[in-house]
Design a protein around this ligand. Structure first.
Ligand code: BYC
Length: 307
């Protein structure tokens, strides 16, 4: 009982819960679920952009994209390490991912059809990620909060590279401008879905807010993201495919239309355009990497024996 009170006191005081502190089982389980989903998203998220590394239009763009995709791998690793501080087993989490028993972000189940998608992912997808993850730097679990600080720094760099790529394309030919607009049209609604279902349908938000794992609701963050993105779109010279998007002076926010939640749940259930392909690719990469894991384990064992 004292332990529970101490846990509540630490959370209420906005201090951090650390790995060896007592925590309720539900808190541990929710964290493992959210952080694992986040880690899987970073790792699966390498695929849509990785698809363009070999076809980047210049050496500069190739080097930038390679570095960005590598950063996402790094984010996945910090996050898997954070789940390990909660007692999760990394290999088990990967198994759950490839068997479709654990989720990853819906956004990565859409295809990247043109090079403009690389810019739009940087701008809109990393932009949504930042909006969602900056508050997570104050999440109540210490290792997750600290991982988020570094991740957010890198994500903001990613967002700027995406925006810079798009600014370059927008000052090019009409065909390039059309490519950018077409990519924005495809990614806008899926990027709004990244924040999760509407608050009324979000099964975890209430408890996660009480535990200060989440600091804002899904709808609050979605609104913040729309408000942040509209001026950026204006500056870039593109529009969002939403006839209901309009400034509401009374609310001091943009009004916007409802994402297609039927599509969202289909994608979450595994029926999006690229779900099967993404998971299969991850499964194969994991299998192909077995010899590296075996060699690393054998090397570590040999060093331990020698020491
Ligand atoms: N996609 O109760 P809710 C990145 C699930 S990586 C799929 O609101 P919660 C990046 C949810 O899991 C982006 N599933 O859930 C990487 C729950 O199902 P379960 C990833 C979704 O957890 C590379 C159910 O729906 N970012 O940015 O309170 C390159 C009900 O939802 C989604 C993170 O993971 C979705 N979009 O809130 C570039 C951030 N939304 O588990 C960029 C950390 C919801 O009960 N995560 N679901 O079966 C979070 O902040 C929260 O987990 C969410 C969802 C806001 C995503």
């Amino acid at each position: 009982m004292d332990l529970e009170r101490e846990f509540e006191r630490v959370v209420a005081a906005d201090h951090r819960i650390e790995p060896r502190d007592w925590m309720p089982d539900g808190y541990r389980k929710t964290l493992i679920r959210q952080i694992a989903q986040h880690a899987h998203s970073e790792i699966i998220g390498m695929q849509p952009e990785g698809n363009w590394i070999s076809r980047a239009p210049s050496l500069r763009r190739k080097a930038i994209l390679l570095a960005k995709v590598q950063d996402e791998a790094g984010h996945g690793l910090y996050l898997y390490a954070a789940t390990e501080t909660l007692g999760a087993d990394r290999a088990e989490l990967t198994e759950k991912l490839v068997e479709g028993r654990q989720k990853y972000s819906s956004i990565f189940n859409y295809p990247t059809l043109t090079f403009a998608d690389v810019g739009v992912i940087g701008w809109l997808v990393d932009g949504a990620a930042i909006c969602n993850q900056v508050p997570l730097c104050r999440t109540s679990y210490g290792p997750y909060a600290r991982a988020m600080i570094r991740v957010c720094k890198e994500e903001s760099f990613h967002q700027r590279q995406g925006y810079e790529l798009l600014l370059t394309m927008m000052s090019g030919t009409q065909q390039q401008r059309d490519m950018v607009q077409e990519a924005v049209d495809r990614w806008w609604w899926p990027s709004l879905m990244m924040f999760g279902p509407p608050d009324a349908e979000s099964s975890n938000t209430e408890q996660s807010m009480l535990w200060r794992i989440k600091r804002h609701t899904n709808d609050e963050l979605r609104q913040r993201y729309v408000d942040m993105s509209v001026p950026q779109a204006d500056k870039l010279g593109v529009t969002f495919p939403d006839p209901e998007l309009a400034w509401n002076a009374d609310r001091g926010h943009y009004d916007f239309g409802e994402p297609d939640w039927t599509e969202f749940w289909q994608v979450v259930k595994g029926e999006g355009p690229c779900n099967a392909q993404r998971v299969e690719h991850r499964r194969k990469a994991h299998e192909d990497g077995a010899w590296v894991r075996e060699a690393a384990t054998a090397y570590a064992a040999k060093r331990e024996k020698a020491a």
